[in-house]
Design a protein around this ligand. Sequence first.
Ligand code: C2O
Ligand code: CU
Length: 639
Amino acid sequence: MTLARVTTVVLLASHGWWFVQEKVLLGLPMLGLAGTIAVSVAGRQLRATGSASPAATPTGSVVWLLTTGYAGLVGLLVSFLAGYPLTWSTALLAGSVVGAGALLTARVVATRGADIAGAADGSPATADDDARAEPTPAPPAYRGPAVSRRRFVSLAGGAVVVGMGGAGVGLVFRPGESVVAGGGPPDPSRSRSAVSVADLRGAAEPAPGGARRRYDLRARTATVRLPSGQEVEAWTYDGQVPGPSITATEGDLIEVTLHNVDIPDGVTLHWHGYDVPCGEDGAPGVTQHVVAPGETFRYRFRADQVGTYWYHTHQASHRGVRKGLYGALVVTPREAWPVAGAAPAAQLDLTLPVHTFDGTVVLADRDGRAEHAVPAGTPVRLRLINTDSDPHRVALAGTPFRVAAVDGRDLHQPGEVSRVGLHLAAGGRYDLVFVMPDAPMALVLDDDPNGGVRLRPDGTGGGDDPAGTDISGWPELDLLRYGTPAVIPFDADRADRHFTIVLDRGVAMVDGRPAYAQTVNGRGHPSVPDQLVAEGDVVRFTVVNRSLETHPWHLHGHSVLVLSRDGKPSSGSPLWVDTFDVRPGQVWEVAFKATNPGIWMNHCHNLPHAHQGMMLRLRYDGVTTPFGDSHGKRSGHRH
Ligand code: C2O
Ligand code: CU
């Protein structure tokens, strides 16, 4: 078993130090030390007694063999409960547990050894004793006169075990650092004088020539009837799921007044993927107070980014978004999207948020399959938005297509592809474009032939049903190798700051309570240190997934450029994303330029994971918040 452990560690080590640190520094040394002693002691003693009977196994051998077992077990527990990074506290606690196990075993074995010795000496014996004691009494060195030495050893050992355990527990309660600077204190020339997020608000006017887009969203509970007849007890914006689509043309002013009618948790609007000024970001306890029932909040920002985005509540979002507090945000360019020869009116542009209500998949506003008649030759754009906490698989059957945009940002020279599946991360978006063929085509979701969307050319009722195509074997399109390279606006190799984010499960404090948490560098929100940056910094993240679940990583207020995955550089179009799926065992390198001052949530977009601790904040030097509470007492923000 020890050999198997060593092999695993060697294999894992090739993926990076984060995967093996605690095993190399603690687990294996503990196991190796106990195991070596066990082999030498047991080997010597067993040869000395010359018998294979278990009853004759000398005390020392038993104790060391079992201690080796404890060391192996504790090493595994450290990996599962504590993980990366290894702390002194964990090391001390682990050592003391193994030590305590060894001492207890020694005590039990010694007592038993004495009984056996007594039986062999002719004192009254049971049949059981006979069976065990008959072959060979323990050798003299292991009974009688050794008691005082044994007593001394167990007293001293006990003291060491208690000391280590006490120190380990003590260190657990030592307050950890509350800020990490990712490679040095802020450059004073880049630090700004203090500014509150409350003052980082959006523009009051549209860009010249732009319009005002006013929306009123009333957050309320509602019973929503889906097209299939199924009813959902939902939390909604305006009584519908999804909430009303918010649309604008580049340069318009978006002004949304949010009213909370009766959402008991409170509600906000977070503009997912939209790099709004921080005061409009909708993160309760950080950029605003939560909007309680009866209250309102007005969001206002310029539609400077073109593309497909979405909005959702950020208050207890693992519950609120799941229950229906989400909708689409789509901004189109001033010039209609260019397809040679097509008048804008002749295009089909469908916005398709995907959401799962108690196992029922709802695409846009319907469960079951949607049908549209489209004249052949019509340019089509499908805007897919994953509003769930798990990834979806998307495929287009019956037509070649291009992935025009990912997370709202256009790709550079995306090539035509067909017969491929697309993996859409939780929170992520794809814009798929193609020209309507003269036969039916289908958007297939999660390989389910009964859902999705079917487009058929006008006038033709029949034709093959492409939704029936078996697409489960289609390969997954790798976006890191799709499209062609283009210039990027900064030098990612000369980052000013570099943060490592190791994702795992483990025992950690979450909102002031110990939990089997979803952890970031071994800690849970709000005890994960803030990442400190200064305006103008080039910032690099290394995101490592040590766990067995997928983590869609999402930074507010910025899109990040994907540099590499598992050490392989991105070689296609520059890939700018706001959410990227870090699958088990993967390591992603991403970078961005810090140009949007604020305090930004940085978290896993599997929202239950965020709720279970997988969340932290990226803070610009000099930016403060009046809405939360400072370090140590930040529990005002509940994701
Ligand atoms: Cu779409 Cu912090 O979230
Ligand atoms: Cu996660």
